[in-house]
Design a protein around this ligand. Structure first.
Ligand SMILES: Cc1cc2nc3c(=O)[nH]c(=O)nc-3n(C[C@H](O)[C@H](O)[C@H](O)COP(=O)(O)OP(=O)(O)OC[C@H]3O[C@@H](n4cnc5c(N)ncnc54)[C@H](O)[C@@H]3O)c2cc1C
Length: 448
């Protein structure tokens, strides 16, 4: 029986995992590299806000947190598209009543840490993992304040220390056959702000995720409870239109006025923010194995960092926690079996959502403004309405169907896409898309 569990990283996933484990009676200690964001003013890291969807909510619900977190979230029922010609369109995400939630990363992380501590979890801040000695089962930390902590033994370690995980590196360094790949896309991101209007209201439709799709790049905006929107520019590092080219305030002004004319009017400080806020990169990390016997496992971004275009990184990490918890019941605390099955189940799902997320980048920045793509989505939505068990659009499988595994969603999505490519190639599809003939073709293909 393991009693003492150590988690490296008090980010979103490490904090939620600590709640799950302490609720089961384990003695949980969490070691976090940064200071305590509840006491010191600091960035919560990565994006300012995030989209929380049904998988994340299901994981929160299992420890009784979903309702509390919903209270600090803003529902987004669909995409609000801002075209270059000034026109705009609302595209619902799913069926009536289905939505994703915009939540502040900092507020969510602080809430999870509060709840973890209420549950008896001990969180140590300014403690950076430096070494794991596998043969002696000893962990060492290097304090940010230059006073090394004494090393200590633990029964089980979880590496929840994000995309650039030190725990993963320690695992890799002392492993004979560790597979690892990291892939940076050629786009980075920068955050900008749309403040409230002069009368203190949201400057745009609040219950939507706003997108300015511009083919090779895009701007998006998610609402915050303080009536601001956090905008994120996903933009190439190099090339004709790129961060490299926007090196002066004049270049930024001219580019934004040409490319995002309606957004510019709502962002009084964007030029200053463009030069003050960091430009960050986006990486996909895949690795294997995630575990070491019954002593160690990677979880969250440390196991599977993905690009943010499906809004699933945190949701996937929260789902890791839920699946692991179910396996604790199934294998009656036999950690060798628990970790083995956790890896068997989650590795293909982590790989699948990584691929889905890369594909969704093209969809968001390019296709959301394409009439043919919009027609395809209309046909799919109609099918889903009529045959909800037979046809679930790929986006809905990932976002609103937490019981469909990511690997299954990827497979089904590819099969449906192949059918839709043929349907969209039918002569006159624009006129006859609601005809029985089209429906019959799809149903026949599905049944075969
Ligand atoms: C621009 C952007 C937008 C995103 N939008 C979404 C979204 O809408 N929806 C969604 O679901 N996901 C989104 N994500 C993904 C999401 O941010 C991550 O999947 C999520 O933060 C992963 O949580 P984590 O706890 O695994 O890692 P992290 O959040 O990275 O937390 C890791 C923690 O470990 C600590 N740490 C690191 N090294 C050490 C060490 N050596 N010792 C001790 N502690 C250490 C860090 O300080 C940090 O607190 C987005 C990501 C980006 C970049």
């Amino acid at each position: 029986m393991k009693e003492n569990i150590t988690i490296i990283g008090a980010g979103l996933v490490g904090s939620l995992l600590s709640i799950y484990l302490s609720k089961r009676g384990y003695k949980v200690k969490v070691y976090e590299r940064r200071g305590d964001m509840r006491k010191e003013k600091m960035s919560a890291g990565r994006s300012i806000n995030l989209a929380l969807s049904d998988r994340g909510l299901l994981a929160l619900e299992k420890v009784g947190l979903a309702e509390e977190i919903k209270k600090i979230s803003i529902p987004m029922h669909g995409r609000y598209i801002h075209n270059l010609d000034g026109s705009s369109a609302f595209q619902p995400y799913g069926k009536e009543g289905q939505y994703i939630n915009s939540v502040s990363r900092g507020t969510l992380n602080m809430k999870l840490m509060d709840l973890a501590e209420e549950q008896g979890v001990e969180i140590y801040f300014n403690e950076k993992l430096s070494k794991i000695d596998w043969s002696n089962e000893v962990i060492e930390f290097e304090s940010n304040k230059n006073k090394p902590l004494p090393s200590f033994k633990t029964d089980l370690i979880f590496g929840a220390d994000g995309a650039f995980s030190a725990a993963r590196l320690q695992h890799q360094l002392q492993h004979g056959k560790f597979n690892y790949s990291q892939y940076y896309i050629d786009c980075g991101y920068k955050e900008l702000t749309i403040p409230p209007t002069s009368d203190g209201e949201f400057a745009m439709q609040v219950n939507a995720l706003h997108i300015w799709p511009r083919k090779d790049y895009m701007l998006i905006a998610l609402p915050n409870l303080d009536k601001t929107f956090t905008c994120t520019l996903f933009f190439p590092f190099e090339g004709e239109a790129s961060f490299e080219k926007l090196s002066t305030p004049e270049a930024v002004k001219s580019f934004f006025e040409r490319t995002f004319p309606d957004a510019v009017k709502l962002m009084p400080d964007y030029i200053n923010e463009f030069f003050t806020n960091p430009t960050s990169s986006l990486v996909t990390v895949k690795c294997f194995p995630w575990i070491r016997g019954d002593k160690f496992a990677l979880i969250g971004d440390a196991a599977h960092a993905i690009v943010p275009f499906f809004g699933q990184g945190m949701n996937c990490g929260f789902e890791d926690c839920r699946v692991l918890d179910e396996l604790i019941d199934k294998h009656k605390q036999d950690w060798g079996k628990i970790l083995k099955e956790y890896q068997t189940l989650r590795k293909p799902d982590g790989d699948a959502i990584a691929d889905l997320a890369i594909n969704n980048f093209t969809e968001m920045r390019d296709k959301t403004a394409d009439p043919k793509f919009l027609l395809q989505k209309k046909i799919e939505a109609r099918l889903h309405e009529k045959y909800p068990d037979k046809w679930i659009p790929a986006y809905s499988q990932v976002t609103f169907s937490p019981h469909i595994r990511y690997s299954e969603a990827l497979k089904r999505g590819q099969m449906q896409e192949a059918i839709m490519q043929d349907v969209m190639a039918m002569p006159g599809i624009e006129e006859k898309w609601e005809n029985v003939e089209v429906e019959d073709v799809i149903l026949r293909r599905l049944n075969s």
